[in-house]
Design a protein around this ligand. Structure first.
Ligand code: ZN
Length: 326
C-alpha cells in the first residue's frame, strides 16, 4: 500500500460476532457463566430463521458487545489463519483467581499465563469450542460492568479487551490495520504483534499472530464470523468508506443493522472486518430495563414475525437480565 495520510481512526472495537450452536446453551454460557447481559434478541437480518443474540454491558455500549448467530445444526469450523482466533474480555486484576475458580466450578478448563504486556490471561473455550480469554490489564479498566448479572460486579467483565487475528504472513494485514483503520503499532513479542486504537488499553487492542505453519481457518460453528470497529457517527462512516474505496478496498454499501450502520470488508489475511457506528444503540426499540426480553425485528421483517417466531426455539433467560424498576 502507498503511504497515505490517513484520516480513518477508529477509537476501538465495536463488537465481535461469532457462530454458535444451540441458542439456549449459548445464552446460558454468556449470561450465567460469564455474567453478561442479553441486550438484544433479534434475528440474523441476512438469514431471519436464525437468532442474532447480542451480549454486553447494561446498555450494550460499543466495545462491550459479543454477538452470536447460534444455529443448532451448525457444522464445526476450523481454527486457523484468516480468522480472529481468540476473543478476549477485560476483567479486574484481582479477579483472575476468582474467575479461575468460577470457571472450574462450572466445568470449564482454563489455562493461566502472564504475557509480555504484563497482563494476566486466562484462556478457555465456550461450549461450541470458541476460544476466549479473560485478561487483566495492569492499568485496569475504567468501564463500569453490568452490575446485576450472574457474576458479582467486582469481578464482572468490563467489556472486550482485544481480538487475536491469525495470519500466515503479516505485511498486508498490518498495512490494513494501520492505514485502513488507523491503529498504531504498540509492541511485538515473538510471533505476536500488538496494535492499539485511539488511546489504547482494553477494548482498543488487536494482536496479530503470525503462524505460517497453521492450517487455514474455516468459518463455521465455534469460530468468529467478523470483528467490528467503531465509527462515531454516520457521516464519519461514509467518509471512511469513501477513503477505503479510493484505496481499492472492496467494501460493501452502508447497511442498516437497526442498532448501528455497518460496512464490511476483508483484511488481506482473510478476516472479515466491519466498521459500525456508535449510534443509535439498543434502546431505539425497547426500554433499557427490557433489553433482550422480547424478540425484536427490523421494520422490513415485522410483516413476517409469525413465520420467524415459529422457526426460532424458545429462549429461557435468567430473571435478573430484566430487573424490575426500583
Ligand atoms: Zn457485525
Amino acid at each position: 500500500m502507498a503511504a497515505y495520510s490517513t484520516s480513518i481512526k477508529t477509537s476501538g472495537l465495536h463488537h465481535v460476532t461469532a457462530i454458535g450452536g444451540d441458542p439456549q446453551r449459548n445464552a446460558d454460557f454468556y449470561l450465567r457463566t460469564l455474567g453478561l447481559r442479553l441486550v438484544k434478541t433479534t434475528v440474523n437480518f441476512d438469514d431471519p430463521g436464525t437468532y442474532h443474540l447480542y451480549y454486553g454491558d447494561q446498555s450494550g455500549k460499543p466495545g462491550t458487545l459479543m454477538t452470536f448467530f447460534p444455529w443448532r445444526d451448525a457444522p464445526s469450523g476450523r481454527h486457523g489463519t484468516g480468522q480472529a482466533t481468540t476473543t478476549s474480555f477485560s476483567v479486574p486484576e484481582a479477579s483472575i483467581g476468582w474467575w479461575q475458580e468460577h470457571l472450574a466450578a462450572t466445568g470449564v478448563a482454563t489455562s493461566r499465563v502472564r504475557n509480555a504486556e504484563q497482563e494476566d490471561v486466562l484462556t478457555f473455550r465456550d461450549p461450541d469450542g470458541l476460544q476466549l480469554a479473560l485478561v487483566a490489564h495492569p492499568q485496569g479498566d475504567p468501564r463500569d460492568p453490568w452490575d446485576n448479572g450472574h457474576v458479582p460486579a467486582e469481578h464482572a467483565i468490563r467489556g472486550l479487551h482485544s481480538v487475536t487475528l491469525s495470519v500466515s504472513k503479516e505485511d498486508a494485514t498490518v498495512a490494513m490495520l494501520t492505514e485502513g483503520l488507523g491503529l498504531s503499532f504498540t509492541a511485538s513479542e515473538g510471533n505476536r504483534i500488538r496494535f492499539s486504537a485511539g488511546d489504547g488499553g482494553p477494548g482498543a487492542l488487536v494482536d496479530v499472530l503470525v503462524t505460517p505453519e497453521a492450517p487455514k481457518g474455516l468459518v463455521a460453528g465455534g469460530t468468529v464470523h467478523h470483528v467490528a470497529w467503531r465509527a462515531p457517527d454516520e457521516p464519519t462512516q461514509a467518509a471512511w468508506r469513501q477513503e477505503l474505496v479510493e484505496r481499492g478496498v472492496h467494501v460493501t454499501s452502508i447497511l442498516d443493522r437497526q442498532y448501528f450502520r455497518s460496512i464490511y470488508f476483508r483484511e488481506p489475511g482473510g478476516t472479515l472486518l466491519e466498521v459500525a457506528t456508535d449510534e443509535p444503540g439498543f434502546a431505539i426499540d425497547e426500554p433499557l430495563l427490557e433489553l433482550g426480553r422480547a424478540l425484536k425485528l427490523p421494520p422490513w421483517l415485522e410483516p413476517s414475525r409469525e413465520q420467524i417466531s415459529h422457526l426460532l426455539p424458545k429462549l429461557n433467560l435468567p430473571s435478573e437480565n430484566n430487573p424490575e424498576p426500583r
